[in-house]
Design a protein around this ligand. Structure first.
Ligand SMILES: NC(=O)c1ccc[n+]([C@@H]2O[C@H](COP(=O)([O-])OP(=O)(O)OC[C@H]3O[C@@H](n4cnc5c(N)ncnc54)[C@H](OP(=O)(O)O)[C@@H]3O)[C@@H](O)[C@H]2O)c1
Length: 254
């Protein structure tokens, strides 16, 4: 178990400009824990900038984690800073794309190759490329976390409704990559805990067009989702390693 109360933990959070990622940045900064915020547009994010201006222990880096060259530059920068995060939390994800107007598929006819590829690039390949790039910077013999936000709809066993082909499949594939990583890291990083997390339906730009049928009281604010996830992350240990866990701490079937 990580003892945050005793030793400040440095966390690197991706997808830090919006929604759950940004709320996690704010959550840990409010406890004076150092955060490295990674976002495609960190330097233009007003909230991140204002947190920095308050003198909080926040460093921001512009990186698109779906681009291996940018990940290499990120690693280089972290080495220059001599920054070795003990926790890496990936909050990058794509459900719909406002720039192209692409909505999640409702039926087979909606499938197109470009959308499948984009979903996999961001929801599947980016998290494992992030792990490949940054794990060598993490302390090998100390407790650590590599957590990535997945989604319950990525559960194959739980899929009774259908639809959202590319999002579901890309999150299911992310889960498999994380599970595989958890097996390998057991040997190489014996104290690292690898987690796939479901935040619960949360009021962010990602879910905004799809909130109509969310039952009363079931839509979390980003702050509540962040608090719940932080609780899981900061208490995660052997029992959680390599698991797919929901916001309430309960396991989700793969
Ligand atoms: N909201 C929900 O109800 C819900 C439910 C289940 C799972 N999730 C998962 O939770 C995670 C966080 O989502 P959120 O709800 O906080 O959504 P959000 O506010 O839309 O944030 C998603 C982040 O993903 C990154 N991103 C989006 N499109 C991208 C692209 N084309 N290329 C690279 N990066 C891109 C952005 O990072 P930058 O900072 O780089 O711009 C953005 O900050 C996602 O993995 C999502 O699938 C959310």
């Amino acid at each position: 178990m990580l003892r945050d109360d005793l030793t400040p933990t440095t966390r690197l959070i991706t997808g830090a400009s919006s929604g759950i990622g940004l709320a996690l940045v704010e959550y840990w900064l409010s406890r004076q824990h150092p955060v490295i915020a990674v976002s495609r547009h960190a330097s233009q994010c007003e909230t991140l900038q204002s947190l920095q201006q308050k003198g909080l222990p926040l460093r921001c880096i512009d990186t698109d984690i779906a681009d291996p060259d940018q990940l290499e530059a990120l690693t280089k920068r972290l080495k220059e800073w001599e920054a070795a995060p003990q926790q890496i939390i990936n909050c990058v994800g794509l459900l719909h794309d406002a720039t192209t107007g692409q909505a999640p598929e409702k039926r087979l006819e909606d499938i197109n190759l470009q959308r499948l590829q984009q979903s996999f690039a961001i929801n599947t390949f980016a998290p494992i490329l992030l792990a490949r790039a940054l794990l060598p910077l993490m302390p090998r013999r100390q407790p650590g976390i590599f957590a990535s936000i997945s989604a319950r709809v990525g559960s194959i066993e739980d899929n009774h409704l259908g639809g959202w082909y590319s999002y579901r499949a890309s999150k299911a594939a992310q889960n498999q990559l994380l599970r595989t990583l958890s097996v390998e890291t057991r040997r190489r990083y014996p104290q690292l805990c690898v987690l796939a997390l479901h935040p619960g339906t949360t009021d962010t730009p990602l879910s905004a067009p799809f909130q109509r049928n969310v039952p009363e009281g079931k839509l979390f604010s980003p702050q509540r989702a962040a608090r719940q996830l932080a609780e899981i992350i900061d208490h995660a240990g052997e029992a959680q390693h390599g698991r797919f866990i929901a916001w309430d701490g309960k396991p989700i079937p793969w």
